[in-house]
Design a protein around this ligand. Structure first.
Ligand SMILES: Cc1cc2nc3c(=O)[nH]c(=O)nc-3n(C[C@H](O)[C@H](O)[C@H](O)COP(=O)(O)OP(=O)(O)OC[C@H]3O[C@@H](n4cnc5c(N)ncnc54)[C@H](O)[C@@H]3O)c2cc1C
Length: 307
């Protein structure tokens, strides 16, 4: 087999790119495989809490990360990892949609993806007025009416952004209050064209060729209500991208997050993880960067033990 490395990083965003820069500088033979460059980081909208960049946005930051990686001639392989296998005594087989690779160590930095509501109409209207990314698609709804389904920071941010673009923004929250950063909640509530509907359980998305509205259950009255909207944004949380990690490895928790210790090691020697895909609760760019660095330095240490 020709595609054999000391390490393979899966994912090319905050966690994976940081790991790649460190591995390169340590002279490790590695490759980085990813479906895209930038992942959720590129979709993060305004970013005001990544130190050194007081005012930036996800797209800009992802560009900077990419440039930093390119400075070291690191070129990600754009493929999707579909499965992992153990190859004894010290190695792993990584199968993608196009190729098979082998590595002595793996760093999993595959982040997370938006959760679905799994209600009628959700699949049918995806990209036909329904989106999971406010940053990407809200500009398509200039002066229109949109609903943002969710009650946390992504919904808060989407609502604030929508208030600047859209005629009216409804926030459909199944809970009795908004959660997340106090500053964001206050800003959202101060917007005159934002209306938050609490205790509202979205049940169906409907339309003809495109979204024209949604049905929700008013949990206080038991009544099912209709809301006419032009666009719907679903922000109900994220699920880790870890399906390709075998359940038999026993390194995932009940949510599918990869369980790591403070050194980003999993319980399988040679398998490390970093960023949003891990069980570390703080899903932030800075945290993913830190974990990517820890994981890469631990890879170097581990390789020394098996050489
Ligand atoms: C709306 C929103 C706003 C946010 N705002 C902020 C903020 O202001 N500040 C902040 O610090 N954080 C913010 N975040 C969180 C931040 O985006 C994440 O913490 C960060 O992107 C995590 O980086 P990561 O490297 O773990 O994963 P990701 O950025 O999710 O990247 C995952 C990588 O893995 C790849 N991948 C996934 N599955 C596979 C596979 N099977 N095979 C190959 N490659 C795969 C993807 O292509 C991608 O390259 C925000 C997130 C969202 C959604």
């Amino acid at each position: 087999m020709s595609n054999v490395y000391d390490s393979i990083i899966i994912g090319a965003s905050a966690g994976g790119i940081s790991a790649s820069i460190y591995l390169k500088r340590q002279g490790i033979e590695f490759s980085i495989i990813a479906k895209d460059i930038g992942g959720e980081m590129a979709l993060s909208g305004i970013v005001e809490n990544y130190p050194g960049f007081p005012e930036t946005n996800g797209v800009e930051l992802a560009k900077k990360f990419r440039e930093h990686m390119e400075k070291y001639q690191i070129k990600p392989i754009i493929e999707e990892v579909l499965s992992l296998e153990i190859k004894k005594p010290n190695g792993f087989i990584i199968k993608t949609n196009k190729n098979t690779y082998e590595a002595k160590t793996i760093i999993i930095a595959t982040g997370s993806s938006p959760k679905k509501l799994n209600i009628p109409g959700e699949d049918k209207f995806y990209h036909k007025g329904l989106s999971y990314c406010s940053v990407c698609d809200l500009p398509l709804f200039k002066n229109k009416i949109v609903a943002i389904i969710g009650g946390g920071n992504s919904a808060n941010e989407g609502g604030i952004m929508g208030s600047r673009i859209c005629q009216k923004v409804y926030i459909i929250n199944k809970n009795p209050e908004m959660k997340g950063d106090k500053v964001l909640i206050e800003e959202l509530k101060s917007k005159e064209n934002v209306e938050i509907i609490y205790n509202a359980l979205t049940q169906e998305i409907y339309g003809d060729q495109k979204v024209s509205g949604l049905k929700y259950l008013d949990k206080m009255t038991g009544e099912v209500k209709n809301l006419a909207v032009d666009g719907i944004f679903i922000h109900i949380g994220l699920k880790p991208n870890s399906e390709f990690v075998p359940d038999a490895w026993n390194i995932k928790n009940e949510y599918g997050e990869i369980i790591v210790n403070q050194l980003c090691q999993t319980s399988i020697p040679g398998v490390f993880a970093a960023g949003d895909v891990t069980n570390i609760p703080h899903k932030q760019i800075g945290v993913a960067v830190g974990q990517g660095i820890i994981a890469s330095l631990e890879v170097v240490k581990y390789l020394n033990t098996i050489r």
